[in-house]
Design a protein around this ligand. Sequence first.
Ligand code: ZN
Length: 337
Amino acid sequence: MSLVKNVFYSAAQLLPLAVLKQRRPDSLLLPYHHLVSDAPVPHIKHLYPWKGTKAFEKDLDYLLRRFTPVTLQDIIHALKTGQALPTGSFLLTFDDGLREVKDIIAPMLLRKGAPAAFFLNSAFLDNKSLFYKFKLSLIIESILTTHHSKATLDQLYAYLQTDEASLIPAIKKITYNTKRQADEIGRILGISFAQYLEKEKPFLMLDEVDTLVQQGFAIGGHSIDHPYYSQLILDEQLFQTRQSVDFLVQHFNLPYRAFAFPHTDAGVSKIFFNTLLEGPDPIDVIFGTGNQKKDFNPKILHRFNCERPTVSINAAVKGILLLNKIQQVTNKDQIRR
Ligand SMILES: [Zn+2]
């Protein structure tokens, strides 16, 4: 994290929470996470850091002591009726449908009485395919920990048109549109992604999602296979969104329709939102990643990243509330599209 951000978080946590909370009684705190784990997770290790069980439990206790937990259905009800949510509400959300949700997160949330929503990719559920970013993490892990012959490495350098020094940055540059390269590199290095899926089962199975729904947790779409929306044309954006939501609504007979953006909602047009929120079979609520900012339609809500192990929950919450306050004062608390 940058020095400026570090200083900001350090300063923010010294402020009393009441000062930050009071001016926005309508504010709904929306922290998002992917996983919680004490074990190494090779398919995520080289993408982003996460918190262990002790740190997450502490976060959860902090939130439950100071804020009021609400469900996804509570939020949708409030949006439909115009009724306000309790002051200082929060909803936890977790993206990508990782197996740690049923192994670690859901059991802890049930024990503490905290509701949550899980946003799932239809292509990954049941471990049908591996997210290309996870392939990149496994490739980097293999390069760093496995001895590969000079011939293999030379083949890899030639394929990526790179050298030893720039190999890892070249792998990190692979994006959704060039994701086939990950499969070719996997073939060169002798990594079987199919075997990894089969053995490690990184994602939730459909029957496990069913159990989560029976336990009272909410679910929503998170696109088919996690593209960057700004790299897709409108029709593809709509297709990715509708498919992932419709699949869950039909399979689990859900009485609500929710969606959370993969990566970021930056650069997505008003037409996209209007089509989905106001058109036929409308989506009830869409979650972006705009750090709690407001959007042009109240059914678009913005979350903030709360899983950085270097930022305490106190600093993360106060940091985001302080940031919102500064944005409000400077008229920058609204996302423009
Ligand atoms: Zn995601």
